[in-house]
Each structure stands twice: as C-alpha cells, then as structure tokens.
Design a binder for this molecule. Structure first.
Ligand SMILES: Cc1ncc(COP(=O)(O)O)c(C=O)c1O
Length: 459
C-alpha cells in the first residue's frame, strides 16, 4: 500500500470562474503591460501566483465576522475584539491596527529610526527595506550564509547568523542600532523558517546590548509549522503554543495580516511596552487614523480578530504547506532547479540556474516570469536585480543580489492541486525552449521599489 491520500480539509461553497485567453492575446497583453507582470489585468490571467498576500479564500466564519463589524469611529467594539485576540494569540498587550503590513512598517520605523541607523535583519522584504531607507537608515543582511546556497538542504535557512550580528554591533556601536528584526518566514530568502533556538539566541544577543528584537511576523504560523516538523522538542506542541512561544521572545512585531491570517486587507503592530505604544499611536493618527481603527473599517478589524484565532488551525496549515510542497516536487521532478528546501508559501525557481545563458544584468528572474505568463497565463513574480539591487548613495555603485528567483506564491485554499499541475507543466515547456529567452532591459525605472513600476522590453 502506498501513502494514505489526504484531501483538502474543507469543502467549497462559492466558486469564481477563471478566464483563459489565447497565446496570441497573452503576447499582446504582456506587451501592453510593458513586460512587467504587475501591470497585467485579472481577466488576462489564468492562475495567479503573483502573491499569497490578501488573495486567500476566507472561511465561512471569517465571512460572517464581517457582518459583526462595529463601525464606531472611536472606541469600536471590533477594536476590542482585535485587542483580545492579539493578547490571547500572540501575548502582546498593545495593538495598533494599520491598513496593511507596510503601513505598520511606516509607523514603527518612522518612530524608531533616525538618519544613519542600521537595522540587522535575517533578510528584509522589499517594502520593509524601502521603509527603512525612506528614514535614511540601512538594513544589514545577517542571514546564515547557507541561505544563499539555493541547492543545499538546511532546515532553517531563515536563521540569523549571530556572528554577523555581533560584528555589526561591534563595528558601528549599539547607539546606531535601534532594533534587530527577524522576518518569519524569510520571504526574500525563499520562504525559509527561523528555528526557535535561533529566535531565542538572537533575543539573548540583542538584549546583551539592550537592543530590542522585532518580528516581521506575516507568516509566523508557517514558521511555527516548520519548527513543529523540524526542531526537536516541538512535535507534540500545537501551532498555537509554538507561535505564542516565538512571540514571547520579541519586544513587538509588524504584521501583514494578508498572509497567514488570510484576510483580504489589514495589518498591525503589536508591542509590549506602553510608552512605545503611546509614541506609535501619535504617528498612527497622522497616517492611518484613530488608534481604534488605524486605516481599517470596523468589519475588517472584526474579521482580523477572528482570523488570528483561525490562523493556527493545524489542518489548514498542513494542507497549505503540503500544496506548496506538491508544486515544488512536481517542478523538481521535471528537472527544474528550485530553492531547497521548498518554502512555506511559495516555490522559488532558481532563474540563474534555469537560464544560465541570461546574465543578471538582463533580469533572468523577470524574463522567466514573462515567459511563464506567455506560455500558460500563469503569473509568478521575478525577485532578482529589479527587486533587490542596492545602489551606494555616495559612489552610485550598484550591487546585484546573490539570487535570481521566480516566486510562485500559492494563495491559501484558492487553487486545487490540478492547477499546480498546470503550472509545473507550463514551466517544463518554458524550460524546453529556454534558449529562445534572452532577457529583458529596463526602459523606465522609478527611484525605489523598482519591480512594481518599471517598464521593460525583451532583448
Ligand atoms: C515578509 C513581508 N513583510 C512585509 C510585507 C508587506 O506587507 P503588505 O503587503 O501587507 O504591505 C510583505 C508582503 O508581501 C511580506 O511578505
């Protein structure tokens, strides 16, 4: 007997038809989109793996929470529900709602950072790094070296290298480091988790210098799932227990609730310290709104509260990770190189290896995204030079990132495994004609967050 088949732990109550346009039409649409997949329209896409952010299917209990939203401007009951949920699930007393993750970054970083500061990270996400840069501060990647090796297995490639952290603190002094941050899971490095031991050690190391530790916690439950699977001592704990332990080691977090909680919009900051909370809400009023709604409707606060309880559902999380794994294994089975191990929310195809003849200056990750769309109407996201190159503010010299990855991010409970088969088969066909792909050039680029807005052209 083979492995026991496990099906989705839900049944489907509402469906949304998909539009499939022809290859000729897709060629036209991608040209009109300036070869930047962000400019494509929903009706021109068959399977959308651009992001798992705000694109998941909600449960019936999440939908019904919407109707219980209290739209009172100040003192909304829905805010109280959110505060209760944050305290019970994450263990933090103070919550500051924001319209999404980057708004939380704006509020936290704008309050804590000053010109010339440095923020050691495992690795920041692109919007996170941009928000740090806007405050004239810099991030320092302190992720373990093995994170850059896309082929070798390591259970916790999101870990922070403590040696690198100590070195930065010694070199610049703790006064220039207002906080250390861990992205859970590490999206930029391939959706890779951070171990509980590493979280604890990072906290201990930062505390030695009185530096607080914050989490970018968007996918904290996926991180908890990997701890449960891979770290000794956690296999019998629940995801809820593991997540709560993780949060106990941090001083606070920014949270894009569009990921693990699976809401369509929402985010927050949660902190332990009251005086920091008071500083944060004075900035919140300026950018997001009063502290009991922070840029969200009462109904969104109510759904978010419900979602925090649901995000640690063991069956849903297992199905989610297993579906991503299924996609990853089908792609590797076809001989296409991906980041190993397969990440929590996405499969990251190694575009440098898949298209070795396309130099980094010709944007292999973005070129692969364009070709996958042309092939089958599947939208993924190129994460390479366009998203992560760094320019020295003094010399103007540009540093390319180590990796060029095509991210195929899977929304939660939206597509079936059959859709995943379509994706891996399409990618195989692109691989079979890879010699036709010569890369892209930039015809317009904004000064920051280039991959969202740049215009490109095939070479
Ligand atoms: C790790 C991480 N942090 C922060 C963000 C920003 O969150 P939002 O899109 O809600 O602004 C994202 C979004 O994808 C992310 O993946």
């Amino acid at each position: 007997m083979g492995k026991k088949i496990k099906a989705e732990p839900f049944k489907i109550k509402a469906v949304e038809p998909l539009n499939i346009i022809t290859r000729e039409e897709r060629d036209k649409r991608i040209k009109e989109a300036y070869y930047n997949v962000f400019n494509l329209k929903a009706d021109d896409i068959y399977i959308d793996l651009l992001t798992d952010s705000g694109t998941s299917s909600m449960t019936d209990t999440q939908w019904s929470a919407l109707m219980q939203g209290d739209e009172t401007y100040a003192g909304s009951k829905s805010f109280d529900r959110l505060q209760e949920a944050v305290e019970r699930v994450l263990g933090y007393r103070y919550v500051i709602p924001t319209h999404q993750g980057r708004a939380a970054e704006n509020i936290l970083f704008g309050t804590l950072l000053k010109k010339g500061d440095l923020v050691p990270f495992n690795q920041p996400f692109d919007s996170t790094a941009a928000h740090i840069n806007v405050n004239e501060a810099e991030t320092v990647d302190c992720v373990v070296d093995i994170a850059y090796d896309t082929q070798t297995y390591h259970p916790f490639k999101g870990n922070l290298e403590l040696e690198k952290l100590h070195r930065v603190i010694k070199e610049v002094g703790k006064e220039k480091i207002p906080f250390v941050m861990l992205t859970l899971t590490n999206n930029s490095g391939g959706g890779q988790p951070v171990s509980m031991a590493n979280i604890k050690e990072t906290k201990r190391a930062a505390s030695k210098y009185d530096i607080p530790l914050y989490f970018d916690a968007a996918r904290c439950v996926e991180n908890a799932y990997f701890i449960k699977q891979r770290e000794s001592g956690y296999s019998t704990k629940t995801l809820a227990q593991i997540a709560k332990e993780m949060f106990s080691y941090a001083d606070g977090c920014t949270f894009s609730a569009k990921k693990d909680p699976a809401v369509n919009i929402g985010g927050f900051i949660a902190v332990k310290n009251e005086s920091l909370y008071l500083d944060l809400i004075s900035r919140l009023v300026l950018y997001e709104g009063f502290y009991t709604y922070g840029g969200l409707a009462g109904r969104d606060l109510q759904v978010l509260a419900q979602s925090l309880y649901e995000m640690t559902n063991e069956d849903f999380m297992e199905q989610r990770i297993q579906q991503v794994n299924y996609l990853g294994e089908s792609i590797t089975g076809a001989g296409i190189p991906i980041v190993n191990p397969i990440g929590g929310h996405a499969v990251f195809v190694d575009a440098k290896r898949m298209l070795p003849h396309v130099p980094q200056s010709r944007l292999p990750a973005d070129a692969l995204a364009v070709e996958l769309y042309r092939e089958a109407g599947v939208r993924g996201l190129g994460l390479g030079v366009l998203a992560f190159s760094k320019q020295d503010t003094v010399t103007g010299a540009v540093t390319f990132p180590e990796t060029e990855l095509l991210r195929l991010a899977v929304p939660r409970r939206v597509y079936t495994d059959r859709h995943m088969d379509v994706v891996s088969e399409a990618l195989s066909r692109v691989r079979d004609r890879k010699d036709e792909i010569s890369g892209l050039k930039i015809t317009y680029e904004p000064s920051r967050l280039k991959h969202f807005l740049s215009r490109l052209e095939p070479l």
